[in-house]
Design a protein around this ligand. Sequence first.
Ligand SMILES: CSCCC(=O)C(=O)COP(=O)(O)O
Ligand code: ZN
Length: 211
Amino acid sequence: MTTLPFDAQRLSQCAVDIAANVRELSDRGWTPATSSNFSQRLDERHVAITVSGRDKGRLVESDIMVVDLDGQPVATTQKSSAETLLHTQLYKRFADVGCVLHTHSQAQTVASRLFAGAGHVRLEGYELLKAFRGNDTHEMAVELPVLPNSQDMHTLAAQVDALLDRQAMWGYLIDGHGLYAWGRDMAEARRHLEAFEFLLGCELELRRLQR
Ligand SMILES: CSCCC(=O)C(=O)COP(=O)(O)O
Ligand SMILES: [Zn+2]
């Protein structure tokens, strides 16, 4: 019998947790056409992440696999998300990151197009800013970065690293693509993701009304 370098029971728990949470996000239309990817930290060296190309609204336990912090598959021949590097760079950089969520909702994608020129979306004065860890007032602003898209994950990851060198943040948009959000655990990452989604919807609606 081969010994796995991670706790198989913990992987199973993560897979159930990811599938249940992602089904809810998918029901809201945030994961169209097999898009989006999701992960949770297993331990200091391993991450549970979605297999590439799966219908994220119908994930089953075998659709979640393990990679190491360099994004290499561990004890499996499955292919992890095409965007694995964007997950593992966060786990590698921040010991307290426990969950990374990436979705492609319409609001996220439209906002990424609209604000790509500015390079960020300024979210200011909203009570819901208190949903982000560390914020305790609406009297502040969060700048959600918008990065140019690339099919080269090393290029994208380098852009994210450069941003993280300059500012603390809980997420970013990729132009014409979608949103990344993260947190200490699934509950916090979801809260951040849902807050970004709501606030982007507000900004888009304000612009529509002001036309
Ligand atoms: C059809 S969606 C294009 C790829 C993408 O942006 C995505 O989020 C899903 O890729 P994965 O390899 O994680 O399935
Ligand atoms: Zn994507």
